[in-house]
Design a binder for this molecule. Sequence first.
Ligand code: IPD
Ligand code: CA
Length: 253
Amino acid sequence: MAAPSIPADELLTLAVATARAAGAALAKRSDRTVNSESDHDIKLQADVDSETLIRERLARTKLPVIGEEIGGDAGLLDHDEPYWAVDPLDGTYNYLRGIPGACVSIGLWRGRRPVLGVVFDFWRDELYAGGTGLGLTMNGRALKPRWAPDIPRAVLCTGFPSTTDRGGEAVRGFVARVEKFKKIRMIGTAALALAYVAGGRVDAYFEESIKLWDIAAGLALVESAGGFVRVEPVVGKPLAFNVWAAGRADLAG
Ligand code: IPD
Ligand code: CA
């Protein structure tokens, strides 16, 4: 059955309620069962349970979902139709070890474009929501970010995604950015890093080979705040992108 056409503000309201429900469940959960582990990645049962809850709540929109744990159809990016892109727990390793910086991320995209997004840091009770033509809010209050005037005074959030190259060229690029920017932060959650760009806590974000679900909501937030995004698909890696986001184009390194 074709998906009903639901106004964007209603979809955002549903995404906010869904992120709050999933975040509340993660915040009160004590179980940290590890389902699998690889060199630079870890998967918890909490990731799966959170995605299941989110999918149940979004089901009434009848829109397709691409999620980090249960997957989805990468072909959705090639059609001008809306779909959800969900990271049910971003910052999984932080969540496991109790390091601040874990969130629920729910984005709505149309083809290759962000439409709206919600990022909920359930430990700090900070919920960022925004979308094209809908502005940006944190906990329901409008945010008007101010970004650094130039790169030497700018803070860059970055990271090394689990499957990305950690060899010489990647490290040389990292060192070059360490030299250019005033400060570098690696907070272990791409979704929250992008929410921080949107809200003006930091000025720029860069990661290579980052997956759609990590960035889908955050990029919508940055755009809703009037920021700049550059998203380049990685050849041969479905749903992976090299991404810059910043308050303005001149703050992307
Ligand atoms: C990870 C975080 C991290 C990024 C990794 C992601 P996870 O997501 O977003 O910042 O560098 O690529 O895998 O594993 O915590 O859901
Ligand atoms: Ca993630």
